[in-house]
Design a protein around this ligand. Sequence first.
Ligand SMILES: C[S@@+](CC[C@H](N)C(=O)[O-])C[C@H]1O[C@@H](n2cnc3c(N)ncnc32)[C@H](O)[C@@H]1O
Length: 283
Amino acid sequence: MNVLEENPYILQMDTASFQRISAYISKEYGIKLPESKKPMLQGRLNKKIRSLGMTSYKEFIDYIFSEEGRKRELYNVVDLITTNKTDFYRESAHFHFLTNEFLPRYQSKRGRSPLKIWSSACSTGEEPYTIIIEMEEYKKRHPEFSYNLLASDISIRALQAAYQGIYEQSKISSIPLDIRRTYFLQSKTDPHVFRIKPVYRKKIIYKRINLMEDSFGLLKADYDIIFCRNVLIYFNKLTQEEVIGKLCQHLRPGGLLFLGHSESILGMQLPLKQIKPTLFQKI
Ligand SMILES: C[S@@+](CC[C@H](N)C(=O)[O-])C[C@H]1O[C@@H](n2cnc3c(N)ncnc32)[C@H](O)[C@@H]1O
């Protein structure tokens, strides 16, 4: 039995409303929402609908697609629909490869200009801050090294959390103590809460970028390293290929593209060569 369907406090989403919203989310943001996701969607949108004083999905959907709703609420809906699960040092082999194998070789060929890195679905910041920690540690061993980091996501709520850089102790417990002490400050009022030190927070440029946009919001630069991990799984195969193709246009020859553990480019026509199962180099 489905708990959501039984619960009288959860509004039931009619088929037409579900189809309108899932078509919109899939077209604008690439995220596929098959019928099986309806209970998830109801669970996530219920509170929002109640808070707006509305009593049906039809009323809500009509509102969010109205001129006023588009300005005021539509981005909140996208925030509620995205899944932001992430971790510090997620798929840690990527970072090990980057700093121990790739960078020493790549830097010697590339010269002294700052390395350009883009975390393109950065969620609440754990991925870009892991990159910062790794780059700062690398810099200690290679003082001439410099870099800059762009972190982007579609979710404003996630970007705000990333910008704040505040994490519960449980989130950072796997990070070695000396690294924690170097990069985090412990809250004075709550010993279980930590914040990335301002000097490191300020190293990241944040931007709201929709990976579905043609030119990624007029992104100009070419990057040496792009992280696009654990977001393509929400897209269909064709959209995945289109997005990776566009990412390749912003990747320098010889640069690296990191995908998530269950993502692949199998069968796609892309200017990439595989280095490890989820790691690709621009040809
Ligand atoms: C599961 S998180 C992955 C975070 C991080 N990359 C990692 O691997 O831990 C997926 C992120 O992709 C973002 N996302 C979903 N669709 C997007 C789109 N069309 N453009 C940009 N970001 C998107 C979500 O908001 C979410 O923060």
